[in-house]
Design a protein around this ligand. Structure first.
Ligand code: CTP
Length: 140
């Protein structure tokens, strides 16, 4: 007997999801998101909340509302949701009917346990750029 909650594979849409802070939006972010979108039909992006970043010791320059608005404005992004905690990924995959989880290759192997629920793809990062580096260059 099937429940009423949406599950991966219930429709023909291939839903891709990824996670990140996306502060000081840069070309590495846009490249990751456009390659993620190309793996399916819809891209859902979970943008880390300011509170979650604080628990990671990672401060963002732009608040969540502005980071989320910029990510949502990209043509390759269909939906933005908040990322509140590390553990929400499995729940999101089931709740949102995610078929493919995409992460940058700085996370290789870290989310392999989710392969029980969906495909997990690690995409190469764009070399030479990061939010951390932009911040450092601006104060140099
Ligand atoms: N990303 C990427 N290429 C880069 C920078 C980031 O593909 N040059 C990807 C990351 O792998 C991640 C997503 O973009 O999947 C969001 O990364 P985020 O941590 O928000 O960006 P960074 O620029 O890496 O930020 P920081 O320096 O603060 O870690």
């Amino acid at each position: 007997m099937r429940g009423t909650a949406p599950t991966p594979g219930d429709d023909m849409t291939v839903r891709v999801m990824t996670y990140g802070t996306f502060d000081l939006l840069h070309v590495g972010h846009v490249s990751l998101l456009s390659r993620a979108r190309a793996l399916g039909d819809e891209l859902v992006v979970a943008v880390s909340t300011d509170e979650f970043n604080a628990t990671k010791g990672k401060g963002a320059y732009f608040p969540w509302s502005e980071r989320a608005a910029m990510v949502a404005a990209l043509r390759c992004v269909d939906r933005v949701v908040p990322e509140h905690r590390w553990e929400q990924k499995a729940h999101d995959v089931v709740r949102l009917g995610v078929d493919v989880l995409v992460m940058g290759d700085d996370w290789v192997g870290r989310f392999d346990e989710l392969r029980a629920l969906c495909d997990v793809v690690y995409l190469p990062r764009t070399p030479g750029i990061s939010t951390t580096r932009i911040k450092q260059d601006l104060v140099a």
